[in-house]
Design a protein around this ligand. Structure first.
Ligand code: ATP
Ligand code: MG
Length: 333
């Protein structure tokens, strides 16, 4: 089986963007691939976190992974900080990447600007070195494929560069991963500003659908989603980003083609479109929430994560030893 790796950062509650861009695909991939999936809590602290909120977010994302259909007996599912090798390899890769290439990362540009504007007055160095830790996450497990949203593509490309650089400098140690973005380059947009992507760390709660939102909240957020004044349902990302986003949410959740959906909406208006989106959202989200409630606070989730961490540690430990040997960090051979 080919190896795959993916993660969600515990920087907030899981959003519909995370579900459609990442989790739904992970669940499907676990039949064909050897999946490694983790909760990226070390990435979460690249922006300031309240410790109780962080703890809650980790717990929620863990239970949600399983509620969405991740299977602890098919996939290796764990908490990033439970496997010390992530930080270890992250450090090593920091020494092998350059300030120039890290400065070109658009996520860093966006998030550092946001950090500055937030008035907290500082940009954590970890925000800058985020991509080297992400490269470590991927390279530790020999992942051939990394299924992520388009927003993470640049980071996977950097990971490829680092893997090739290390293999050339020190000898074969890493598998060069491929980025697997969704066929239609799916990017779920912010409901209030559909030119930006939906992000769990957004500070406008009306702009994002959370997987744990109540049905009433889901209804009111979709009803309030920004569209335009034309009242014409048309897929046009440039001129009609809000409407296009609703169309994409619908077709992806419903697993139908754009053509099929357009036939359905012939002669219909935005209210009909929004009603359809609400209906399919509730159809998908409600059973996930039911399962989530059974799992949250259960000992099972803890046991599954421990089982996952134990497997992950064995793989990661072998890899870090190989890297350290090839780089001359060990004095014993
Ligand atoms: P943050 O704002 O803290 O960066 P995020 O919502 O971007 O949070 P991440 O944890 O960074 O979430 O990303 C987890 C996965 O979800 C990644 O594979 C990412 O590509 C995907 N993803 C995130 N947002 C979207 C989106 N709006 N549409 C599609 N995929 C997304
Ligand atoms: Mg992100």
């Amino acid at each position: 089986k080919k190896k795959m790796l993916s993660a969600i950062t515990s920087s907030g509650a899981m959003t519909l963007g995370n579900y459609l861009g990442a989790v739904k695909r992970m669940v499907n991939f676990q039949e064909q691939y050897e999946m490694h999936v983790f909760i990226a809590n070390l990435h979460a602290i690249t922006v300031p976190q309240d410790k109780e909120v962080l703890r809650k977010n980790i717990k929620e994302i863990a239970a949600l992974y399983f509620a969405c259909g991740m299977d602890p007996n098919k996939s290796v599912i764990f908490l990033q900080s439970d496997v010390l090798e992530h930080a270890q390899l992250g450090w090593i890769l920091n020494t092998q990447s350059t300030i120039g290439e890290l400065s070109r990362m658009t996520q860093y540009k966006d998030k550092s600007q946001k950090a500055e504007e937030s008035g907290k007055g500082y940009i954590p160095a970890g925000l800058f070195t985020y991509p080297t830790l992400m490269a470590a996450d991927i390279l530790l497990y020999d992942a051939e494929f990394v299924p992520v949203g388009v927003d993470q593509k640049q980071h996977v490309e950097l990971t490829r560069d680092l893997a090739m650089r290390m293999n050339n400098r020190y000898g074969e140690m890493f598998v060069v991963p491929e980025c697997l973005v969704t066929e239609n380059k799916l990017k779920i947009m912010d409901l209030q500003d559909p030119t930006k992507k939906m992000s769990k760390s957004s500070d406008n709660p009306k702009a994002i659908i959370k997987m744990l939102d109540s049905p009433a909240d889901i209804r009111s957020k979709i009803k309030a989603a920004v569209t335009d004044s034309e009242n014409l349902i048309k897929h046009d990302p440039i001129n009609k980003p809000g409407v296009t986003n609703l169309i994409e949410i619908y077709t992806t959740l419903k697993n139908v083609s754009l053509q099929e959906a357009m036939v359905r909406w012939k002669g219909k208006n935005y209210k009909d479109l929004k009603d359809d989106v609400i209906e399919v959202l509730l159809e998908v989200i409600e059973p996930i929430q039911t399962r989530y409630k059974e799992l949250y606070n259960s000992l099972e989730v803890e046991q599954w994560l421990e089982q996952g961490a134990a497997k992950a540690r064995m793989i990661a430990n072998k890899k870090i030893n190989k890297v350290q040997n090839l780089m001359g960090l060990n004095y014993k051979r």
